[in-house]
Design a protein around this ligand. Structure first.
Ligand SMILES: [Mn+2]
Length: 339
């Protein structure tokens, strides 16, 4: 990242007094970790900082936040923001996204007035929301972009912030097993461990603290796996009834798609989940096949055809019902690339 962009970001944050920090809907570990880290660092600098989420926090990230973070649409309404619920916001910091469709309910507020917006992100897709954007598409996580920036700024990183950054980087790399887990990732995390972060403690809280309901949802999901194209495409689904029967919530599906990648032949995976409103949420993953070699399929390209997006190897989109039709749409796109 150019020093000049860092300097501008330092000035923008340095001059702000009352900052709103937010991230994409369905917040993942990178999103939550960055919100926690940015909030803690900026508060330590004496700023008033208001973290805001756009959809409910998955239970397993709640421990990161030392407070109940308001959720837009349930605890706060869009109109409340405009009416000054958090006082006169003089800067909005958005982490881990730069797309309006990832920020439902916030677009009006963001477009209002000339309040500066700073984006810290690592995604390819961008609506250029920020007056200033710290975007590094080569970074495995937005947490890594934030980490580099904070070090360049020379600001103290309190313990909750180091934990947030570690969680951000560790979760977006699948706890260091995905392709994006490069030397830069390990270097940053080594430094965070030296600052006192306890990786084992965090791992247990994040990955070994399932509710039984969520585990039963996983079992239901695994029972639907179908393999196509010589086992290279794994498709799986969850019906609304599966959520009702197991008592699990939609946010409990996070990461479950990765389980099928234990099957050696699988290079593209899709998970379809029937939502209460009838739409189908489709998550996509891909990886270069260990046995066959070659490039990974670009699932971002597939998701974008249906209005979604993400990364080359991890993307998602919403599709119209019924479930079987949605599955066929994706099957046809995968077929073009695997045949
Ligand atoms: Mn991310």
């Amino acid at each position: 990242m150019e020093q000049d962009v860092y300097r501008q970001a330092v000035a923008l944050l340095g001059n702000a007094r009352n900052i709103l920090v937010t991230t994409h809907t369905r917040p993942d570990g990178d999103a939550c970790g960055c919100v926690v880290a940015a909030t803690a660092v900026l508060r330590a600098l004496g700023k008033r900082v208001h973290p805001l989420l756009l959809s409910p926090l998955p239970d397993w990230y709640a421990f990161l936040f030392g407070e109940k973070v308001p959720v837009l649409g349930s605890d706060v309404q869009g109109a409340d923001l405009a009416a000054g619920r958090f006082g006169p916001i003089d800067l909005v910091l958005i982490v881990d996204t730069s797309s309006y469709n990832q920020l439902p309910g916030l677009e009006d507020f963001l477009r209002q007035g000339d309040r500066p917006i700073l984006v810290i992100d690592h995604h390819v897709t961008s609506d250029r929301i920020g007056r200033l954007e710290l975007v590094d598409q080569t970074a495995a996580a937005a947490g890594l972009v934030l980490f580099d920036f904070l070090r360049a700024a020379g600001w103290p990183i309190p313990r909750p912030a180091s934990e947030g950054l570690f969680v951000a980087i560790a979760t977006d790399t699948g706890w260091f097993h995905l392709r994006n887990a490069d030397a830069r990732v390990f270097r940053a995390c080594a430094e965070l461990i030296e600052q006192g972060v306890d990786p084992n403690g965090l791992y247990q809280k994040l990955y070994q603290d399932f509710s039984f309901a969520r585990f039963r949802l996983l079992v239901a999901l695994l029972n639907t796996i179908e393999l196509h194209f010589d086992g290279r495409y794994a498709s799986q689904y969850l019906r609304q009834a599966d959520f009702e029967r197991t008592g699990a919530a939609h946010r409990d599906t996070e990461n479950l798609i990765n389980e099928c990648q234990r099957i050696g032949s699988v290079s593209v995976a899709a998970l379809f989940a029937e939502l209460k409103d009838g739409r189908i949420r489709c998550s996509l993953r891909s990886r270069p096949n260990a046995r066959r070699g070659g490039e990974a399929v670009d699932v971002n390209e597939i998701a974008r055809q249906f209005g979604g997006g993400g990364h080359k190897m991890a993307a998602g989109t919403y599709l119209p019902a019924p479930l079987k039709h949605a599955m066929q749409l994706i099957y046809d796109e995968v077929a073009k690339r695997l045949r």
